[in-house]
Design a protein around this ligand. Structure first.
Ligand code: MRU
Length: 348
């Protein structure tokens, strides 16, 4: 189900149905989940069948469209749609892309008839999907300007076609580097607890034969000390106005390690991940997930049952530890408070 070699189609819509590549089963099997209501999409987002900030924004928009189709002809159509948007928004709180997409979708249908609203919601979601792929390709290529020699990159979590409309953010930059012969090797953090690196990033890189090696999260310091890493490139779930960035748990540790070893630390993200309403990282809500995700790996219990565990899904890296942001409109360099305030002005 790929439209081109480097775009795995993880999100696909058809007549009143949404198909989501169920990422819980990767890399063992490629299986699509069928959703026909907002509730089914919210459950899929919550359970991480679909994940990654841009991907859940797109899935959320399709979820609202599915709900509008389901509610066609009901008296309290609009009220129910607002309730569904809230349910979708609450399914994962940290990534700004989800709440942004839902709020924008609701704006689009303000005052429309039911039939027109259904059509507009579908067009909105379709457009979000295609524009995200376009943004990622531009973002990937804009990252090329940062590197003159072939490099070895360390990345975390999964930021590829699975996490976006297609191509990817940090993995998009890696794809562009590979295409331009500017990539020696990728080190893929396994990304505990849910192994998005080992299961998903490794799967995407393997399909395209991009040279890569898997490491456990705790090996990053050691390979940096050996001089094996020229740059760290990660994605983002929400970027505050001062550059503080929420991303998969473990990102902040990598930033500290990179700083110690004088390795540049880049965040690749589309403009839709920059949140002009959030002033600093302190204002970002970090999702806490079920501790069972730490105690159990792939169905196998690894600690005493119900042993207390803490499971934040994300951490916040201070903006002043980030060398630059790679976006579809080019590279954003510090000082971020000035650069991002300027970006906010341009977007309003
Ligand atoms: O919990 P996940 O798998 O949704 O977390 C994903 C990440 O943290 C990604 O790095 C981020 O969403 C950027 S994806 C382009």
């Amino acid at each position: 189900m790929s439209s081109s070699k480097d775009v795995i189609q993880a999100i696909r819509s058809d007549q009143d149905v949404l198909y989501l590549l169920d990422q819980r089963h990767l890399p063992e099997r490629v299986e699509y989940l069928t959703c026909q209501s907002g509730e089914e999409v919210a459950n899929a987002i919550q359970a991480l069948a679909v994940r990654g900030a841009p991907a859940i924004g797109i899935a959320g928009a399709y979820g609202l469209w599915l709900e509008s189709v389901r509610l066609r002809g009901t008296r309290d159509f609009e009220h129910q749609l607002f309730r569904s948007a809230k349910r979708l928004e609450d399914s994962r709180p940290t990534a700004v892309n989800l709440s942004w997409a839902l709020h924008e979708a609701l704006k689009v249908i303000n005052g429309l008839s039911q039939d027109a609203a259904i059509m507009e919601l579908k067009a909105f979601a379709d457009n979000l999907l295609t524009s995200d792929i376009k943004a990622n390709r531009a973002l990937g290529d804009s990252g090329l300007s940062l590197f003159s020699e072939p490099i070895r990159v360390l990345t975390h979590c999964n930021t590829g076609s699975l996490a976006t409309g297609g191509y990817g953010t940090a993995l998009g930059v890696i794809r562009s580097l590979f295409r331009e012969n500017k990539l020696q090797e990728v080190f893929v953090d396994e990304t505990r607890p849910l192994l998005q690196g080992a299961r998903l990033t490794a799967w995407e890189l393997h399909q395209e034969r991009i040279p890569a090696r898997l490491i456990t999260d705790s090996m990053a310091a050691s390979i940096m000390a050996k001089g094996w890493v020229n740059a760290v490139i990660v994605g983002a779930d929400r970027i505050a106005l001062n550059g503080d960035t929420a991303n998969k748990i473990g990102t902040y540790s990598l930033a500290i390690l990179a700083q110690y070893h004088h390795i540049p630390f880049y965040v690749a993200a589309p403009l839709s991940t920059f949140d002009s309403e959030t002033l600093t990282g302190n204002d970002i809500v970090v999702e806490e997930r079920n501790p069972e995700e730490i105690r159990v790996i792939k169905g196998r219990r690894i600690s005493p049952e119900a042993f207390p565990a803490y499971n934040p899904a994300f951490d916040v890296t201070p903006g002043d530890m980030i060398s630059a942001f790679i976006t579809e409109q080019g590279i954003i360099k510090p000082p971020y408070d000035i650069a991002l305030a300027h970006l906010k002005e341009q977007r309003t």
